[in-house]
Design a protein around this ligand. Structure first.
Ligand code: FES
Length: 191
């Protein structure tokens, strides 16, 4: 099991402004009035996005204050779910699926492309790229695949992965979804 700890460097300012509070209060409308702590996961997601893709301790504290929850309870949730990043994750956060269907279809080559082009797992490169291996992202039929920020890139191999990473670095447009022209998850044509 991965050890998940807060980042050593916590030198970052974080505070919810009025606009943030307006949005967070709108989240509370989804829950019974006396159960506002139920909004902890979406509130942490919002805080993570505001902080640039990860959760510094101040963001966890801000959520704890907003929801009137003990800090330790919010910390437990932030450290439990792998979709919360406790370390900076760069401007382009690459999640490589390494679960069995992707692994059988070549996920090791995708990880190698990330290692060759970005560097060690979890380290942010000077180009603002960072990669980690994750469990199934639910697009197994187009395996192997990665998620970069909010988008999926599928039907990958070593070369197409490197091309995507280079295009990000060079600020070129990248085609989302299948990299072999497959529409959605339609069957591959056979000879
Ligand atoms: S196993 Fe990779 S997306 Fe499901």
């Amino acid at each position: 099991m991965t050890v998940r700890r807060l980042a050593d460097n916590q030198d970052i300012k974080f505070k919810f402004d009025n606009q943030d509070l307006k949005f967070l209060n709108s989240l509370l409308e989804n829950y019974p009035k006396d159960k506002k702590q139920s909004a902890v996961v979406p509130s942490l997601f919002y805080a993570q996005r505001k902080a640039g893709g990860w959760l510094p301790e101040k963001a966890i504290l801000a959520v704890s204050d907003f929801l009137d929850m003990p800090k330790i309870r919010v910390l437990e949730i932030a450290t439990f779910y792998s979709m919360f990043n406790l370390q900076p994750s760069g401007d382009h956060f690459v999640q490589v699926c390494g679960t069995t269907p992707c692994w059988l279809r070549g996920a090791e080559n995708i990880k190698k492309a990330c290692k060759d082009y970005i560097g060690q797992e979890r380290e942010v490169s000077k180009d603002g790229l960072c990669w980690i291996e994750v469990e199934c992202l639910g697009a197994c039929v187009n395996a192997p695949m990665i998620q970069i920020n909010d988008d999926y890139y599928e039907d990958l191999d070593y070369e197409s992965t490197v091309k995507i990473l280079k295009d990000i670095k060079n600020k070129k447009n990248i085609i989302k979804g299948s990299q072999i022209g497959r529409k959605s998850s339609e069957p591959l044509e056979r000879d």
